[in-house]
Design a protein around this ligand. Structure first.
Ligand SMILES: NC(=O)c1ccc[n+]([C@@H]2O[C@H](COP(=O)([O-])OP(=O)(O)OC[C@H]3O[C@@H](n4cnc5c(N)ncnc54)[C@H](OP(=O)(O)O)[C@@H]3O)[C@@H](O)[C@H]2O)c1
Length: 271
């Protein structure tokens, strides 16, 4: 935590989508430790509540006076009506968002083109791309009016590099990367920052969901190497958010030490 300039996070309000597990949950907890207020979004209300409690505990233990307010909102980012009603659900005292972390996303399956279920294609695009865009549209107007704010989008190595068996997920993350790049360019004459975090392999619920609940298949993805943890990516996100206001970390491409591309890794070494 010492490398972060926590004072730059004090009393800031951070909204995290997909905060009920994995990267989003770890990010929320680290921001809470740094003295931020949190708005946590996801579909699973119980899991969100548990992360909100963990944020409150982390904030208390940090001894920081500022921040520590936590609101949870059950929300499916792929549901346009739910997203358009989101502003009304945010407690009035937390409406001025400083950092938007667009993290909600998933991959389903490894099917080849021609064999992919239409519902899987639509679901991944609706969440990873359309959901991220509609949440961004909602807050960017306010960011522009106040000439402040930071959009942090969670892309992926899959947004830099396509691989077999990942056509739809790779297409969604390439779209996230293109959208993020356009947004940063559009905002060049403002003080609004735009960051894309591009992780390689991170061990979360991600692969369990990809393999439709098959934990053994998910575990095989990480076998023999030391994958990133959700906390590793949370550190990059909080690092980006805690840079001085004139510094924009545009892209952060972060890999486990034994991963060199989407398909090249070394599994002989258990660190
Ligand atoms: N793990 C990796 O290897 C890896 C690598 C690169 C990038 N990423 C990206 O990192 C992000 C987080 O993934 P993770 O690894 O932390 O996986 P995770 O543990 O499965 O977390 C995904 C989060 O997204 C939420 N979510 C999914 N669909 C949603 C929807 N329609 N509306 C609202 N929330 C939704 C889930 O909450 P609910 O189910 O409660 O809604 C959950 O909180 C994703 O964008 C993923 O593509 C992951």
């Amino acid at each position: 935590m010492s490398v972060f300039n926590a004072s730059r996070l004090l009393g800031k309000t951070v909204l995290v989508t997909g905060a009920s597990s994995g990267i989003g949950a770890a990010t929320a907890i680290l921001f809470a430790k740094g003295g931020a207020n949190l708005i946590l979004l996801a579909r699973r209300a119980d899991a969100l509540k548990a992360i909100a409690d963990a944020c409150t505990t982390a904030h208390k233990e940090s001894g920081v006076q500022q921040g520590g307010k936590v609101a949870t909102i059950q929300l499916d980012v792929s549901d346009k009506a739910q997203v358009s009603g989101l502003l009304d659900k945010i407690p009035a005292e937390l409406r001025a968002i400083d950092v938007l972390v667009n993290n909600a996303g998933y991959v389903l399956g490894v099917e080849r083109v021609g064999e992919i279920a239409a519902s899987d294609i639509e679901g991944m695009f609706a969440t990873n791309v359309l959901g991220l865009i509609s949440v961004t549209q909602l807050f960017i107007k306010d960011f522009k009016q106040r000439n402040t704010g930071h959009v942090i989008n969670i892309g992926s190595i899959a947004g830099r590099e396509a691989y077999a068996g990942g056509s739809i997920y790779c297409a969604t993350k390439h779209a996230v990367s293109a959208f993020t790049g356009s947004l940063m360019r559009e905002l060049v004459d403002t003080s609004i920052r735009v960051t894309e975090i591009q992780p390689g392999m991170v061990e979360t619920e991600f692969s369990v969901i990809r393999f439709r609940g098959n934990k053994a298949a998910a575990d095989k993805v990480y076998e023999g190497l030391h994958p990133l943890t959700a906390e590793d990516i949370a550190e990059e996100i909080v690092w980006a958010a805690s840079r001085p206001p004139h510094v924009n970390l545009a892209e952060v491409f972060v890999l486990p030490v034994n991963q060199a591309s989407a398909t090249l890794n070394y599994r002989g070494n258990r660190l």
